[in-house]
Design a protein around this ligand. Structure first.
Ligand code: OGA
Ligand code: NI
Length: 305
């Protein structure tokens, strides 16, 4: 396996190798900068002991999920030192030697620890400008034994941790870090180092996202859309790369137990509101998503009734 990082660090590379060049359309370059701002949700207000303040915040959260599927979370209580440490130890994994990293190269989609590149080499037609480390961290916590510091304790939720490494690229407009996709799971929390690159699709346009300092970016995932029978949409997003430096982003997808069968909540389905999605286990859904090429159609289309 050739990682992007090793490719970039091999002194021979002058321009992007042809197997990384993505087919792009004019729409792919249409960005919307004049933007309405993505919503901000204040966790302190969500958990306030003042019922009015709390109900206000819950209302805002519902609006954000319905209208955007994407928001920034502030006052979340995760110390900045811990967030910085996550990025530091995340990056230090990619700085291990090739041999050390290859000890953690998983073969199967749901291997507990999986180091890899692009999206899924079995299905990618163009390679993506991205290396990654994925760990299943709940209910059983898995993490590589090195570098030291990566074995953090994560106690809450059902989570898959993804650390993305997007090395600098001489021709960023020719490649994609991660093409347009939606995330599996209910909610994804994302943090990044000092470099941006995330863009979300809103009303048909791509919006570059510059998160507030110290905030987490949160997006609703496919299982939120399935569970709410389409009321809260799973938002399409992508990651572009840059020439300046290595971008690290860390996402945690929160979902149910892998064996849970997820379908639309019965309360939200009725005669006027037929179920829009087939119910399948979370495990089968992840396998379905990860074994099909990205950037064709979202995985939700595959289970739409
Ligand atoms: C992902 C993802 C975006 C980013 O890992 O699913 O969308 O900004 N990452 O790296
Ligand atoms: Ni994503």
């Amino acid at each position: 396996m050739f990682s992007v990082k090793e490719l970039v660090e091999s002194s021979t590379m002058q321009s992007v190798p042809s197997n990384y060049i993505c087919h792009k359309t004019p729409e792919d370059f249409m960005l919307n900068y004049e933007t309405e701002n993505i919503p901000t949700i204040d966790f302190l207000q969500l958990t306030s002991s003042n019922p009015n303040e709390r109900s206000n915040a819950i209302q805002q959260l519902g609006d954000a999920c319905r209208d955007w599927g994407f928001f920034m979370l502030i006052n979340h209580g995760v110390p900045e030192t811990l967030r910085e440490k996550m990025v530091r130890v995340g990056q230090s994994f990619f700085d291990l030697s090739k041999e050390e990293k290859m000890e953690f190269a998983g073969e199967k989609i749901l291997d507990p620890i999986r180091y890899g590149t692009s999206f899924n080499l079995m299905v990618d037609t163009a390679l993506f400008w991205r290396d990654y480390l994925k760990c299943l961290v709940h209910p059983h916590f898995n993490a590589p034994s090195k570098p030291p510091g990566l074995r953090m304790n994560v106690e809450l939720g059902s989570q898959v941790l993804v650390i993305n490494c997007y090395p600098p690229c001489p021709n960023p407009e020719l490649v994609m870090g991660l093409p347009a996709h939606t995330d599996h799971g209910l909610l994804t929390l994302l943090q990044q180092n000092h470099l941006g690159g995330l863009q979300i699709q809103h009303k048909g346009k791509w919006i570059p996202i510059n998160p507030l300092p110290k905030s987490f970016l949160i997006n609703t995932g496919d299982h939120m859309e399935i569970l709410t029978n389409g009321k809260y949409k799973s938002i399409i997003h992508r990651a572009v790369v840059n020439t300046n430096g290595t971008r690290i982003s860390i996402g945690t997808a929160h979902g149910p137990n892998l064996d849970t069968i997820v379908g639309p909540a019965p309360e939200l389905v009725g005669d006027d509101n037929p179920a829009l999605y087939r119910a399948i286990t979370y495990r089968d859904y992840i396998l379905l998503q990860q074994s099909n090429e990205l950037d064709k159609k979202t995985c939700l289309e595959r289970i739409r009734i």
